[in-house]
Design a protein around this ligand. Structure first.
Ligand SMILES: [Zn+2]
Ligand SMILES: [Zn+2]
Length: 312
C-alpha cells in the first residue's frame, strides 16, 4: 500500500486504461525511469477514488473521483514552464514511467497534477480520456486543423477514435487510414468520410494529418497526402525510423512536420471540459487487472478497436 507524500493523493484505482506507451515501457522501447527499486508499475489513464490526502494536498476531498494522467510533475522553474509549455519541461516526471502508475489497486498522484473528471461518463469510459483523449486533443491543436478543414488520421486506436469525434464536432471532414477491419468499421460508424488502408492516398488533399501509428514509414504517404501549407503532427512518444524524404514530394509548398510531446495541464483541462460539453462515444474493452499482460498483447496485435481498460 503506497503512502501519499506531501501534496499527494492516495487513489483507490477504479479503472486504468491501457495505452500504447505502456507497451513501449513493458517491452523496453522506453526504459523505466524510476531509480529504485528497478522497474515500474505502468498505467497513466487512472480513474480513482481519493482514499487519503498527504500533508498539504489541496483541491480534492476523501471520496472524490479523481484522474491521474501521464504528466506527473514539472519544476515550474525552467524557461519552458515559464512560458506555459510545461509539456517540454526537461525535469518533468511521468506516471507509470518515473513513478508507479495505475496497473494496481492503489497509487499516489500529486494533487496539483490530478484531474477532476467530467460528469456523464462511467469509470471505464473516463480512463481512456486521460491519455488517449488528452493527447489526441493536443495533437489536433498541433496539426492546426483549420475550421471546416480536411483531416487525415493515420492509425485508428484509442487516441484517434476520440480525436476524430472532437474534429467532427468542430465541423471537420475526417479521413481515416488504418489497417485492421475492426478499426476501419469503428471509423465508419463514428462518421469518417472515407476509410482506407494504412498507406493509401485519401480521396482529397488534407489540410492536416495526425500520425497515431508508431510507424515511421507512414510519415511519407501522410506528407504526400497534404495540401499546400498542410501540417502533419506525429502523436506518439515513440516512432520507428523515418525513411529519407523527397523535398518536392513531401515538404515543399510549405508543408510542415511536427511532433507532439505530452501535454500541459491546461490542454488536459480544456479537453476534459470539451468532453463534459460533448458526450464522446468511448469504445472500451474491460480486462481484469491480473490480465494486464493479455491486454498489452491484444493491443500489440490490434485485436480490439477503441481502448482496453483494466479493472482491479
Ligand atoms: Zn520546467
Ligand atoms: Zn498514454
Amino acid at each position: 500500500m503506497p503512502r501519499p507524500g506531501p501534496g499527494e493523493l492516495l487513489l483507490r484505482v477504479l479503472a486504468c486504461g491501457v495505452c500504447r506507451t505502456d507497451l513501449h515501457v513493458t517491452e523496453g522501447d522506453l526504459a523505466p525511469r524510476r531509480p529504485t527499486p528497478p522497474g515500474v508499475t505502468p498505467g497513466h489513464e487512472v480513474v480513482g477514488e481519493v482514499s487519503a490526502l498527504g500533508e498539504g494536498a489541496a483541491g480534492f476531498a476523501v471520496g472524490d473521483r479523481a484522474g491521474a494522467a501521464w504528466l506527473r510533475w514539472t519544476d515550474q522553474e525552467c524557461k519552458f514552464c515559464g512560458r506555459g509549455a510545461e509539456n517540454l519541461c526537461p525535469n518533468s516526471l511521468y506516471t507509470g514511467w518515473d513513478a508507479d502508475g495505475g496497473y494496481a489497486e492503489y497509487m499516489t498522484v500529486p494533487a496539483a497534477y490530478a484531474h477532476h473528471l467530467p460528469p456523464g461518463y462511467d469509470d471505464l469510459e473516463l480512463a481512456p480520456l486521460l491519455c488517449a483523449g488528452i493527447i489526441g486533443y493536443h495533437a489536433l491543436q498541433r496539426a492546426e486543423l483549420p475550421p471546416g478543414g480536411r483531416l487525415g488520421l493515420y492509425g485508428f486506436g484509442g487516441s484517434a477514435h476520440l480525436a476524430a469525434q472532437v474534429a467532427l464536432a468542430q465541423g471537420a471532414t475526417v479521413h481515416v487510414l488504418t489497417r485492421g477491419e475492426q478499426a476501419q468499421r469503428l471509423a465508419r460508424e463514428l462518421g469518417a468520410a472515407s476509410v482506407g488502408g494504412a498507406a493509401d492516398l485519401p480521396p482529397e488533399p488534407l489540410d492536416s494529418a495526425i500520425l497515431f501509428a508508431p510507424v515511421g514509414d507512414l510519415v511519407l504517404p501522410a506528407l504526400a497526402a497534404l495540401d499546400r501549407g498542410g501540417t502533419l503532427a506525429i502523436a506518439g512518444i515513440y516512432l520507428t525510423d523515418i525513411p529519407p524524404l523527397n523535398y518536392s514530394k513531401h515538404l515543399f509548398q510549405e508543408r510542415q512536420l511536427r511532433s507532439v510531446t505530452s501535454n500541459t495541464r491546461a490542454d488536459a483541462r480544456e479537453f476534459l471540459a470539451f468532453a463534459a460539453e460533448h458526450k464522446l462515444a468511448v469504445t472500451t474493452h474491460p480486462y481484469p487487472l491480473d490480465a494486464a499482460d493479455q491486454a498489452l498483447r491484444d493491443l500489440k496485435a490490434g485485436r480490439f478497436d477503441g481502448a482496453a481498460v483494466l479493472v482491479p
